[in-house]
Design a binder for this molecule. Structure first.
Ligand SMILES: [Zn+2]
Length: 351
């Protein structure tokens, strides 16, 4: 190892679980992070500072003022410029550690693009905010035989579990077996899983605890410290101060890791229109790239407050707020009704 790297990572090398050999393994390793919001920004920050070799960050959204309370990589100027989170994260992470290869991709992970976007990485990190995408990550990871780390936080509570295909239970074992140890509400998922940050809010400290555990698990996996992995579902509540860890049994009949039926990856379960936050709908029309400058010119007669940057175009059609990305995706705020969103999309974006 070069002397400047030995000095840079000296406090981590001194830690007996890592040492110089572990640090070198980390420098030679890579990971792909899906979702760069609350959990994702903290995990990315910790792993880039720790000296991961290469990090790919995939995110579909842009930075807004309400993100700054907990999404620690972003600042007010990112929100003012409505920068895509993947782009803002890439810029900030590069300024934190220029020796790490950072790749920010503005994209929505779908069954169609998951194998290409996730393939080739030895570890997949969950920074998402919904179970459809997590079950897609689980299908992709189990089918590729690659570990992934599930993490979620809502309110004052957070939960995380490392999935090692062939070794541990997977997320489908946990969610689809009907024996959810966290508190089943009858449909295989606990009520804690059903709540989101948009309905129940979230404390940044809950995010910090869970994403720190996620980052530690990632470092153990990437440095080959498998014996240190807990292989448990760890959850904690920073308000009540209660923490617990539970061993999750593999389900011998599991759809994903036993029967290898990857229904989320084959696209059976994922619609083109998805709910996205409290009052938003995302429309994802595949293979339809948009010419944003041409769209901006066309909209000038019919829409208000048209703003754009190199990555997206925003405009208002009161009471709705529309954001369009070059890949054809649109996030429509002000409705939860897919029919309204589809009609706005057809009328203003892709007539
Ligand atoms: Zn399973």
């Amino acid at each position: 190892m070069k002397p400047e790297l030995r000095e840079k990572y000296s406090r981590q090398i001194l830690f007996s679980g890592i040492g110089e050999a572990g640090q070198q393994r980390l420098l030679d390793s890579s990971a792909v992070l899906v979702g760069c919001g609350a959990l994702g920004t903290v995990v990315a920050d910790l792993l880039v500072r720790a000296g991961l070799g290469h990090l790919r960050v995939i995110d579909r959204d842009f930075v807004e003022p309400s993100n700054l309370q907990r999404q620690t990589l972003f600042n007010e100027s990112d929100a003012r410029d409505s920068l895509p989170k993947a782009i803002a994260a890439e810029r900030h992470l590069r300024s934190i550690n220029s020796t790490v290869v950072i790749e920010g991709l503005v994209a929505d992970l779908t069954p169609a693009n998951a194998p290409k976007l996730l393939g080739g990485f030895p570890l997949i990190l969950d920074g998402t905010d919904n179970f459809e995408t997590r079950l897609l990550l689980n299908d992709a990871a189990v089918s590729l035989g690659v570990p992934w780390i599930y993490a979620a936080a809502v309110g004052s509570y957070g939960v995380t579990m490392t999935v090692r295909p062939g070794e541990t239970a997977c997320l489908a074992c946990l969610l689809e077996s009907g024996s959810d140890p966290v508190g089943d509400n009858g449909n295989g998922r606990s009520s804690q899983f059903e709540e989101t940050c948009d309905t129940a809010g979230v404390l940044n400290a809950a995010v910090g605890v869970v994403s720190s555990i996620e980052a530690a698990e990632a470092i153990k996996l990437l440095t080959g410290n498998f014996e240190a992995l807990g292989d448990r579902l760890v959850s904690g509540d920073v308000w009540s101060g209660k923490f617990q860890s539970i061993r999750v049994a593999k389900n011998p009949g599991c759809r994903a890791c036993a029967r290898r039926e990857f229904s989320y990856l084959s696209g059976d379960a994922q619609p083109h229109i998805t709910m996205c936050g409290r009052d938003s709908v995302q429309i994802h029309e595949r293979n339809r790239r948009l010419d944003l400058p041409a769209l901006s010119a066309r909209l000038s007669a019919s829409a208000a407050e048209i703003r754009n940057n190199d990555f997206l175009l925003r405009f208002r059609v009161p009471p709705y707020d529309l954001t369009v990305f070059a890949d054809g995706r649109a996030i429509i705020k002000g409705t939860r009704d897919p029919a309204v969103a589809r009609s706005l999309y057809a009328r203003f974006i892709s007539p």
